[in-house]
Design a protein around this ligand. Sequence first.
Ligand SMILES: [Zn+2]
Length: 222
Amino acid sequence: MSRWQYAIVAISMCCLLIFSTEEISIAKNPTQTQFDPRQWTELPGDRKVDNLKSIDITFPYATTENFVKTKLYACPRCFLRTDVARAVQKVHQQLQQQGYGGLRIFDCYRPHSIQQKMWNIKPDQRYVGNPAKGSDHNRGTAVDLTILDRHGEPLDLGTPFDEFSSKAHHTYLELSPQVLKNRSLLKKTMASAGFHHIDTEWWHYAWNGNKPTVGNWLWDCT
Ligand SMILES: [Zn+2]
């Protein structure tokens, strides 16, 4: 082997080692199994505040109308890390100030055990975070959402939530000018509040800040 080939092998092994260490880190480190109210905030938040009332919490995973065709949550409740929840509230308020109805949220914090169930059905990292690493939803730092118009109807974003096809990708541009405009509005508004997007899902936004521990606690529905 040439010196270059040795170098490539060495770099590959190094990357493999880093990747493997990350993969097993969840298995070794205990996940957060208890709800800690100091670290989490539930949306829509303070229901006494009028303009937060209308954050629409519509969770397909609390019904059987989702890609796993199974009810994964006993009831829909949106928990996020406190900084993240505040940023989402800010986006909601900004949209309302622009004349929209605000946000509809499809998913927030997702317990690690539920992530595993999803992965068992769809082990495709383009659409479902690998539970071996833990997803941003498990950390309470990702949110799936769309925008409602002033009548409370969702804007046309080109596909339904969780349509795992190229049409849901940000790079897919064969869409009407209105759909592209709606996607751009969501992306720009979320980016201005501290979130980044992934290419494969127009509805998914993750927090730019730190990555807290993976959570594996379940909310109650009483
Ligand atoms: Zn998501």
